[in-house]
Ligand binder design. Structure first.
Ligand SMILES: Cc1cc2nc3c(=O)[nH]c(=O)nc-3n(C[C@H](O)[C@H](O)[C@H](O)COP(=O)(O)O)c2cc1C
Length: 203
């Protein structure tokens, strides 16, 4: 099959990763693919920048910042979206320590950072990253919860986030875990989306 179509069709959000590091040249190639995404001509050049996080201590800092928000949101869905609450909590319970239900203990986290008013361009860069990752046999997940870091001044400083910037993604990357524990595998299975065929009207 056409390899681009194959990468697009086979990409799935991955939520369990091997600890195996990703070679730097592959990360750079993936970022280059993100950087090739289309962008509105108003900005004349790419509006985004990338921050690649591998440092375990910094990842812990990110998790400590975002996990309380994840817990609050998930708890808040107990009544309104009981199924989503159950899915989130069952994955959390099934995970070994450290229970990283935000960044899934992925070896690499890529923050795509750009203007708050240029979401479309930045989202296109995110998708390029995920498809490029897939083409290297890597798993990825766009983790919106992982962007809720503005409450931590150290993180904001390290990311060099300005007031008019927004985080897109972040996107976690890593080699998908071949054999997650039975409990994790079953929780992940229950999180699979209900995919539908394209809704298309031809005129
Ligand atoms: C804007 C956005 C935010 C998302 N945030 C999260 C998140 O915080 N955690 C997570 O596990 N998945 C997150 N996802 C991934 C979706 O759950 C996933 O893409 C969707 O269920 C479709 O599944 P698929 O990617 O396997 O096709 C997010 C996706 C998007 C587009």
């Amino acid at each position: 099959m056409n390899p681009v179509i194959e990468a697009i069709n086979n990409r799935r959000s991955i939520r369990s990763y091997e600890t195996k590091p990703i070679p730097k040249d592959i990360i750079n190639t993936i970022i280059e693919a993100g950087n090739r995404a289309p962008f509105t001509s108003i900005t004349r050049s790419q509006p985004w920048r990338f921050v690649v996080i591998e440092d375990p201590e910094f990842k812990q800092k990110l998790l400590q910042t975002t996990l309380p928000f994840w817990k609050k949101c998930t708890e808040g869905m107990k009544e309104t979206y009981p199924e989503i609450y159950k899915m989130g909590m069952s994955l959390y319970e099934a995970m070994d320590d450290p229970k990283d239900v935000v960044y899934y203990n992925a070896p690499v986290i890529i923050f795509v950072i750009g203007p708050a008013n240029n979401a479309v361009s930045c989202a296109l860069a995110c998708e390029n990253i995920m498809i490029a990752a897939q083409s290297f046999g890597l798993g990825s997940c766009y983790v919106g919860f992982g962007s809720t870091v503005k409450g931590n001044a150290d993180v904001v400083q390290a990311l060099e986030l300005t007031d008019d910037e927004q985080i897109y993604g972040p996107i976690v990357l890593g080699y998908p875990k071949v054999n997650p524990s039975a409990a994790v595998a079953s929780a992940l299975e229950s999180m699979g989306p209900n995919k539908k065929e394209p809704v298309t009207k031809w005129i």
